[in-house]
Write a protein that binds this ligand. Structure first.
Ligand SMILES: *Cc1c(COP(=O)(O)O)cnc(C)c1O
Length: 388
């Protein structure tokens, strides 16, 4: 029985020989590899979650609110408060917001709706590897778009690629993962216009890390742009990766469209109750974000001080290098009990901003390594197993 492997099964052609997404989950003292928030939820919030979940538990004999209206209303309120501060201007409501089990599910629903067999999506790589994996899982063709050597998007080349391939979905991640840099609003607007001229297509701006950014959310761009979607998550800034709650904001027609593919009752009553409790504690949670931004800036400064080449970061992580052999460097850092991420970007590693003590442990480990960081002019090593 055990000799039967995946490829002996009649799996879809495009899945043959592939591996699942997976950052190593190793049991080491300092884990700075998956961009989680290092701070456990505060006691008051844990209590509130227990209360809300206890209440929800009484009704678990029934299916949950299929449309998650209360939650979507609260998420809209959060977005209005934090990203659309001008009360006289554009406001969004529950009809503009859709939620699912992590933004990965949100993105999957978007590709099920706007991608699929015979259609394509483009992303500008290195970027979030799940965009390509979800494309594959939904039968959507994937196009890898260009970036400059400094990891900013080459807007001119990107516009050309969009005009040439006429993708159905365009992904822009800002701040970008794994590189950390934000994409200027003008670049997103240029891509949106190029995508509309070419197809028109849906442009998904993945703002998973935007709460950590020096700049503002692109949410105000939604007004007058019915093909723009901004996706968000509670996994990073809210410190609730274990909750699995992602959402997007867009024109209500986009929300209506994803109803065609979402599973009924996809968001459990327990998840909705927990997310609602977390949204009551936004202020505390965003307080941690301020601390993490300071730690992120400290990591950038210290790494640069040690002679590393560091990509500007608007996220809760930092990309640094260069290494002749990034994987060997990853291993040596691991030898110090610190787990960082090798995303397959040649010569680079990524570290998540942790608690001050965790970051100290990391800095100690890379201090020992500093002499191995090659000068910036060095050839960038080609890396086959690109799995950002
Ligand atoms: C972490 C991350 C997500 C979050 O995924 P969830 O499913 O919400 O946990 C989405 N997009 C990017 C770019 C990420 O790095």
């Amino acid at each position: 029985m055990s000799e039967i492997r995946i490829d002996d099964l009649p799996v879809r052609e495009e899945l043959r020989g592939k591996s699942p997404y997976g950052a190593p989950q190793l049991d080491v003292p300092v884990r700075l590899n998956t961009n989680e928030n290092p701070y456990p939820l505060p006691d008051a919030l844990v209590e509130r979650i227990a209360e809300r979940v206890r209440e929800a538990a009484r009704h678990l004999n029934r299916y949950p609110d299929r449309d998650a209206v209360e939650l979507r209303t609260r998420l809209a309120g959060y977005l209005n408060d934090t990203a659309l501060p001008d009360a006289a201007g554009h406001r969004i409501g529950a009809a503009n917001v859709w939620a699912a089990n992590g933004s990965n599910e949100v993105l999957q629903q978007l590709l099920q709706t706007f991608g699929g067999p015979g259609r394509t999506a483009i992303g500008f790589e290195p970027s979030y590897s799940m965009h390509a994996l979800i494309a594959r899982g939904t039968g959507t063709g994937w196009i890898s778009g260009p970036r400059h050597d400094d990891f900013t998007i080459d807007v001119e080349a990107a516009e050309k690629a969009v005009a040439e391939h006429r993708p159905d979905v365009v992904f822009v991640t800002t701040p970008n993962n794994p590189t950390g840099n934000a994409v200027p609003a003008e670049a997103v607007l240029a891509l949106y216009d190029a995508a509309q001229a070419a197809k028109p297509s849906i442009v998904v701006v993945d703002e998973a890390y935007v709460e950590f950014s020096h700049g503002a959310s692109l949410l105000p761009l939604l007004e007058g742009r019915p093909h723009l979607v901004i996706s968000r998550t509670m996994s990073k800034a809210f410190g609730a990766a274990g909750l699995r709650l992602g959402y997007f904001a867009a024109h209500p027609a986009v929300v209506d469209a994803v109803q065609l593919v979402r599973l009924p009752y996809h968001l459990s009553a327990v998840t909705q109750a927990t997310a609602l409790a977390a949204l009551e504690h936004t202020d505390t949670l965003l307080g941690y974000v301020e601390q993490l931004k300071k730690e992120r800036d400290r990591l950038v400064a210290e790494l640069r001080g040690l002679g590393y080449e560091v990509t500007d970061s608007d996220a809760n992580f930092v990309q640094f290098g260069r290494f002749e052999d990034a994987h060997a460097a990853w291993r040596r850092i691991l030898d110090h009990g610190v787990l960082v991420r090798d995303n397959g970007v040649p010569g680079r590693l990524r570290v998540t901003a942790g608690t001050p003590a965790e970051n100290d442990a990391f800095l100690e480990a890379v201090r020992a390594l500093a002499k191995d960081a090659a000068p910036a002019e060095n050839d960038v090593k080609k890396n086959e197993e690109h799995n950002a």
